[in-house]
Write a protein that binds this ligand. Structure first.
Ligand code: NAD
Ligand code: IPM
Ligand code: MN
Length: 356
């Protein structure tokens, strides 16, 4: 029996609604597999926890998490009660940084059964490899002076090591896909870090003669996501550019509620963390209508991570079938609830797996 110990952090808002749906789906996957078991330990670390304890997680929180096989997280943030920079630096970003989750993988693809708002909605299938530990999200800077002289400074930090690591990951991934890497840059003279980014990209691509490459300025690239996403296979992007591109990735699939993500620790010293692209969506929290697909697809990425690609693919097919049958939450034009979509995915998965 392959037993996987998962730290579950539902977090805030709709994280608390979609995470239980996804763990139920994972249990269905384990049941079908027969030799796989997920053991969950749930941690209530969130903005509610902060209100009670004055911190987002206990002081030994990272020590507790570090022995798990993976972390499965919903979303963090309830800006009405705790400022985002407090909640996010206190939990989400802390885990990504301290556990050296230097790569954020975020796929987007044409999804059966969705009415796309794209100009050209034919099949697209891309993955953004987002640098996840530095860049524009640096800790260098702060607020100085007060009153009318107040200044906020944040230095973007691009290390050779971090930049090259993200790029090599993208090239390796492209080898297993359609052999194409696009670099998201902004090297037209304004942003000092980006000519450096281009230099590293050119250096790395020298080691991958079989991979085709392209390089676009981020503003044009964002527009191409909308007008012709089919030209992309793997895109490598800095922390902030990757963040923005992947909300667009969700939108062109039909909803940000669908988009999955994985924060990968490459050196094996710490667990990786699986959390969807979307946030805690306070505007729809409590209505039972959050789309659970982003969280469930994120669970599929966790299955891939544990070497269960075959079952992962069946899960993704089941999600598409359910969407195609019209069992959808309101954000993608349906009338089903979060739980109804989850139950339909479990049933479809059982059906598919009993006939194969
Ligand atoms: P958001 O992603 O929470 O919501 C943006 C819009 O998308 C909202 O209209 C929301 O209703 C909709 N949406 C998001 N997920 C959905 C789903 N599963 N189903 C249906 N609709 C969905 O982004 P925001 O409003 O900018 O941020 C809200 C809070 O979440 C903030 O505190 C923010 O910092 C935080 N946040 C956290 C994470 C994370 O923990 N990984 C990611 C993004 C934002
Ligand atoms: C994401 C989120 C986070 C990010 C925020 C909440 C810090 O937007 O995971 O996409 O920018 O990385
Ligand atoms: Mn984001």
């Amino acid at each position: 029996m392959k037993k996987l110990e998962i730290a579950v952090i539902p977090g805030d808002g709709i994280g608390k609604e979609v995470v239980p749906v996804a763990t139920k789906v994972l249990d269905t996957v384990a049941e079908i597999h027969g030799g796989l078991k997920f053991e969950y330990n749930e941690f209530p670390w969130s903005c509610d926890y902060y209100l009670e304890h004055g911190k987002m997680m206990p002081d030994n929180g990272l020590d507790i998490l570090k022995n798990f096989d993976a972390i499965f997280l919903g979303a963090i943030g309830n800006p009405q009660v705790v400022a985002d920079h407090v909640s996010l630096w206190g939990l989400l970003i802390k885990i990504r940084r301290e556990f050296e989750q230097s790569i954020n993988i975020r796929p987007a693809k044409f999804f059966k059964g969705l009415k796309s708002s794209l100009v050209n909605p034919n099949d697209f299938d891309l993955i953004v490899v987002r640098e996840n530990s530095e860049g524009e999200y640096s800790e260098v800077g702060g607020r100085i002076h007060r009153g009318e002289d107040e200044v906020a400074i944040q230095n973007a930090v691009f290390t050779k090591k971090g930049t090259e690591r993200a790029m090599r990951y993208a090239f390796e991934l492209a080898k297993q896909r359609r052999g194409h890497v696009t670099s998201a840059t902004k090297s037209n003279g304004i942003v000092h870090s980006m000519p450096f980014w281009d230099e590293v990209f050119n250096e790395v691509k020298g080691d991958y003669a079989d991979i085709q490459t392209a390089s676009y300025h981020i503003d044009a690239l964002a527009a191409f996501f909308v007008t012709r996403p089919q030209i992309f296979d793997v895109i490598v992007a800095s922390n902030l550019f990757g963040d923005i591109l992947t909300d667009i990735g969700g939108a062109i699939m039909g909803s940000i509620g669908i988009a999955p993500a994985a924060n990968i620790n490459l050196n094996g010293k710490y667990p990786s963390m699986f959390e969807p692209v979307h946030g805690s969506a306070p505007d729809i929290y409590g209505k039972g209508i959050a789309n659970p697909i982003g969280q469930v697809w994120t669970a599929k990425m966790m299955l891939d991570h544990f070497g269960e690609q075959e079952l992962g693919q069946k899960l993704l097919d089941a999600i598409e079938d359910v969407t195609n049958e019209g069992i959808k939450t309101p954000d993608i034009g349906g009338t089903s609830s979060t739980n109804e979509v989850g139950e339909a995915i479990c049933s479809r998965l059982k059906e598919v797996c009993s006939v194969s």
